[in-house]
Design a protein. Structure first.
Length: 127
């Protein structure tokens, strides 16, 4: 359904440090920078791009928006969360752990990236 997700950043170098750490924690590769200065991360068939806004205005995070990253297990979600905090992200909401969702139990970990974008590591606990 989705081809990619793009988030805005006011500091591409700071974002590269943060997202490189997140992807490394889950077995991904560091981002590459294209000719327009956007960061590109490809992992498990998905694309995440980080860019300064093309309209020249400051980047801002979506109110109510969350970008979810699929994890293979709770330990991967914990490593992702720890790497994000160590690389300048902010832990938000409840600590990483199991929550009951409409589709069963979910292991969730939430962060805000250095520009305030809300991110979630998600592992669906088998029934």
């Amino acid at each position: 359904m989705f081809s990619h997700v793009m988030v805005g950043s006011n500091d591409i170098a700071r974002s590269k440090k943060f997202y490189d750490a997140l992807f490394a924690a889950v077995g991904g590769k560091a981002g590459t920078e294209d000719a327009k200065g956007r960061l590109i991360y490809a992992h498990n068939g998905g694309l995440l791009l980080v860019s300064k806004p093309i309209n020249g205005q400051p980047a801002s995070n979506a109110n109510g928006g969350t970008i979810g990253f699929k994890m293979d297990n709770p330990q991967m979600a914990d490593a992702w969360h720890k790497a994000g905090v160590a690389a300048g992200g902010q832990a938000i909401e409840d600590p990483p752990g199991i929550r009951q969702g409409g589709a069963g139990q979910l292991y969730l970990a939430y962060l805000r990236d250095p520009d305030g974008n809300k991110l979630c590591a998600l592992y669906r606990v088998p029934a």
